[in-house]
Write a protein that binds this ligand. Structure first.
Ligand code: GYE
Length: 357
């Protein structure tokens, strides 16, 4: 792919002009002129992030912004769409108009991207999708994707729940589960929701309700409080991310429930996803029994793809990031999903301290 370096220079100048309305692009000092020559090799990246709804998302944004820095040879245009797809579409059109070299898209939901991604393709701008996926008729509209296997994450959680409750001597029909879902239509929601739905059918669990809470703490709390007012037998809360889990725990405790792993002794068992620092703190406290990791540190993988494209080298169209699962105790040390064994790590303070997010 050829870059339009001259246009990029103009763009850099344009942004500078916007930021420093009075400095003017025409009158350059010697130092400024030198910096402009450096700009010839700068790769411009437009990053449309879906929002800032969770600790995971903040870590994801930091990873990408921290990778595509000036020192690393990039000019990053960043846009936060506040969980609104129409804002993401506007941001992408803006990136296309600015003739960026690459677009990085973290899409809020899977559908509705065909038109705008076709526009990017028509402008020869590669689109790298991160985290959730897009569902488009022409898969060539997506150059590459980096993210997690959300369905596998859900299956790991469900297999752990099965083994754990068997070990505690709780019968399957005595598991009364609510699923606090993520944003409806997001790949992470679809994968995690389907896993608990399938496992409940297969193992004979009582899945009472599945209610979305947009991955936020406030909604997680609200949804949990409503569920508690409607059902008095809930003993498993499957939260589709850490922030929802933290909100749900608040609601449970305010309703006088004890949250913890002793489901055989009347405690409400909470399962979560992400394993961000805030969630893992709750695991150490014994309030989240299992936290399945979803790794937000995707900046470097995205950069590897861009470098490969720049150098005309091969790259993987789909890259899964590495992740694990953490439990509050050692009742279950591994689970098997699709004939593969996954370790469940009993969480320690040292592990939490050694992590970046
Ligand atoms: O689990 C949640 C975030 O799509 C993997 O989105 C992501 C999810 C993550 O808001 O915390």
């Amino acid at each position: 792919m050829k870059r339009f370096k001259r246009k990029k220079l103009n763009f850099v100048c344009g942004v500078a002009a916007l930021l420093f309305a009075f400095s003017g692009c025409g009158k350059k000092t010697e130092a400024e002129t030198e910096e402009s020559y450096d700009d010839f090799d700068v790769i411009t990246v437009g990053f449309s992030q879906l929002g800032a709804e969770s600790d995971w998302r903040v870590a994801n944004t930091e990873s990408i912004r921290g990778t595509f820095t000036r020192e690393n040879g990039y000019d990053l245009m960043y846009d936060d769409a506040q969980q609104k797809q129409d804002k993401q579409i506007i941001a992408i059109r803006n990136f296309i108009q600015q003739e960026v070299d690459y677009i990085v898209l973290a899409p809020v939901t899977e559908t509705g991207w065909d038109t705008v991604l076709q526009e990017a393709k028509d402008s020869d701008i590669p689109v790298i999708v991160v985290d959730r996926r897009v569902s488009v008729d022409d898969t060539n509209l997506v150059t590459a994707w980096v993210g997690s296997d959300f369905s596998k994450e859900g299956h790991i959680a469900c297999e752990w729940l099965k083994s754990y409750t068997e070990a505690k001597g709780v019968a399957p029909e005595d598991l009364h589960i609510v699923d606090i879902q993520g944003t409806l239509g997001a790949t992470a929601q679809i994968g995690r929701t389907n896993s608990i739905l399938e496992a409940s059918g297969e193992y004979g669990w009582d899945l009472i309700a599945q209610v979305p809470a947009d991955y936020t703490q406030a909604k997680g709390k609200e949804v949990m409080a409503n569920l508690l007012s409607e059902h008095d037998n809930i003993n498993v809360v499957y939260c589709e991310n850490d922030n929802e889990a933290i909100g749900a725990i608040e609601a449970l405790e305010e309703a006088g429930k004890t949250v913890g792993g002793n489901i055989d002794k009347g405690e409400v068992l909470v399962i979560s996803f992400d394993a961000a620092n805030s969630g893992l703190t709750k695991v150490l406290e014994g309030k989240i029994a299992l936290d399945v990791e979803c790794n937000p540190l995707q900046g470097e993988e995205i950069q590897n793809i861009i470098k490969a494209i720049e150098n005309g080298e091969d790259y993987f169209k789909y890259t899964y990031v590495k992740e694990s699962a953490f439990s509050y105790d050692d009742t279950v040390t591994s689970v098997t999903v699709d004939d593969k064994e996954y370790e469940i790590t009993q969480l320690t303070q040292d592990i939490v301290n050694s992590r970046e997010y």
